[in-house]
Ligand binder design. Structure first.
Ligand code: NBP
Length: 468
């Protein structure tokens, strides 16, 4: 009898299976198409106790009870299909863990459907790509605590290990794990977009080569900006194409694809009424990039008058670094706020500080700044977007002149900086007591009799504006 089962032996499943087996567990593996299973067993598995199964029945029967089965299949219908295939062979008390990037509302539905059949279900965010899956991912499991306790020991062992402990915690009730993973990806989109915007200014304003930009990113990665995304960005900038000898990044088509988690984050932020402009604009940035043909056509119609005069290269580089730090902070701030609101609305009971802790290793958004964010949160647990603290304000204000200069410079050079701009506007909006929403309320009342409240007296008011 094997300790655990895993269905879905694509990139993530294979690496997670090897990770689990290398921690001393025996594992039954199953994949819909036989070929993938055989390739995995023949080419990747060595001494690990990983055993292949070619039909669901014998796969399930190979597992010790209560059975624990991890799904690493494509999100959406495949998850429901696999659950339906498993159900005839499962017993009450067995546990299914969905480790894919499932939509959190699907996870809620599955938890309920399976609960009615006595089957436990965990929705677990897994971050870290194939390397993380093999060497230690960040794991974000959510569901009932009872279900989590069945695999607690195993998950803590396979997760990335940091000085603050394993990058796994019981995230919370229902779909809390998949929700947190979704927002993790939303933040990931925003940071990737911000780094790309900085790159754009460096190449178009400062005329730096990819190699030079790579060197600057490498330098930044040694300091405050130290993060996985900074690290891969400098490596990408410095990578030479084997065929042409040119920097490969310059040969990659500028159309950014997406699988949906960023869009879900943006949609959910709008549903819950939490402002996450940097995260949303990062999704918009990818959408804009996709219209290459139209962009190219329109670019031939526009007249551009570029500024002349000397630029202070070192000063601009320092400003760009500060702008990136600012945008990264703003992106985390917005993401945490969204998680915090969802925790209230959906009764997830999420500990934000724990979320920041398990993002410290293994995952794509791991970054040095997480320690600082945890410190701010530990000063005041109710500071859910981190902005309401003198430490945060000082941190952002130190960078304010830089980001103002960078947004202006980018506009002077016609360079879109969607995420950097929106991070700055987010800060301006959140630190502004008077927004022009009074006029919007007047407009709404004018055309739709939607009423408004006043600052000088209690009550709800409507005005017959036309009579003015
Ligand atoms: P994919 O997301 O590409 O999914 C491929 C796997 O799903 C294969 O094993 C495939 O079986 C199986 N599958 C499909 Br498609 N339809 C199925 C069905 N109806 N019944 C049974 N199996 C089915 O694989 P991945 O990139 O390894 O990712 C797995 C999960 O982890 C996804 O949810 C993904 O979003 C998430 N994730 C991925 C990463 C990453 O870096 N790739 C990172 C974090 C999370 P087949 O071989 O028979 O076609």
């Amino acid at each position: 009898m094997n300790n655990i089962g895993l269905i879905g032996l694509a990139v993530m499943g294979q690496n997670l299976a090897l990770n689990i087996a290398r921690k001393g567990y025996s594992l039954s593996g199953y994949n819909r198409s036989r070929q993938k299973t055989d390739e995995f067993i023949n080419e990747k598995v060595k001494d690990e106790k990983i055993y292949p199964y070619y039909d669901i029945k014998s796969f399930v029967e190979s597992l010790e009870k209560p059975r624990k089965i991890i799904l690493m299949v494509k999100a959406g219908k495949p998850v429901d299909d696999v659950i339906q295939e498993l159900l005839p062979y499962l017993d009450k008390g067995d546990l299914i863990i969905d480790g894919g990037n499932s939509y959190f509302k699907d996870t809620n539905r599955r938890i309920e459907e399976l609960k009615a059949k006595g089957i436990y279900y965990l929705g677990m965010g897994v971050s870290g790509g194939e390397y993380g899956a093999l060497h230690g991912p960040s794991l974000m499991p959510g569901g009932t605590k009872e279900a989590y306790d069945m695999v607690n020991e195993l998950l803590l062992k396979i997760a990335a290990q940091t000085e603050s402990g394993p990058c796994c915690t019981y995230v919370g009730n229902y779909s809390a794990g998949h929700f947190v993973k979704m927002v993790h990806n939303g933040i990931e989109y925003a940071i990737m977009q911000s780094i790309s915007e900085v790159y754009d200014v460096m190449r178009k304003v400062l005329k730096l080569s990819s190699e030079e930009i790579g060197n600057i990113f490498e330098e930044w990665n040694k300091g405050e900006l130290n993060s996985y995304l900074m690290e891969i960005s400098y490596k990408i900038m410095k990578h030479k194409d084997e065929k042409t000898g040119r920097p490969l990044v310059e040969l990659i088509l500028d159309e950014a694809e997406q699988k949906g988690t960023g869009k879900w984050t943006a949609e959910t932020s709008l549903d819950l009424g939490i402002p996450t402009p940097s995260l949303n604009l990062a999704v918009v940035g990818r959408a804009l990039s996709f219209f290459k043909e139209e962009r190219t056509k329109i670019s031939k119609r526009v007249q551009r008058n570029y500024p002349t005069g000397n630029l202070n290269r070192d000063e601009i580089i320092e400003d760009l670094k500060n702008s990136l730090l600012f945008a990264v902070f703003a992106s985390f701030s917005q993401g945490l706020w969204l998680i915090s609101e969802a925790s209230k609305v959906y009764n997830y009971n999420i500990d934000l500080s724990e979320v920041l802790r398990i993002w410290k290793g293994g995952c794509i958004i791991r970054a040095r700044i997480l320690d600082f964010l945890r410190e701010i949160l530990s000063d005041d647990k109710t500071n859910i977007n981190l902005l309401n603290s003198q430490k945060s304000i000082s941190y952002l204000e130190e960078k304010l002149e830089s980001i103002k200069k960078v947004t202006k410079l980018a506009k002077d050079f016609y360079i879109p900086t969607l995420t950097i701009n929106s991070s700055l506007d987010y800060f301006f909006s959140m630190s502004e007591a008077n927004l022009p929403a009074n006029l919007i309320q007047g407009q709404r009342d004018f055309f739709g009799a939607h009423t408004y409240r006043r600052i000088d007296m209690e009550g709800i008011f409507h005005t017959e504006w036309e009579q003015d």
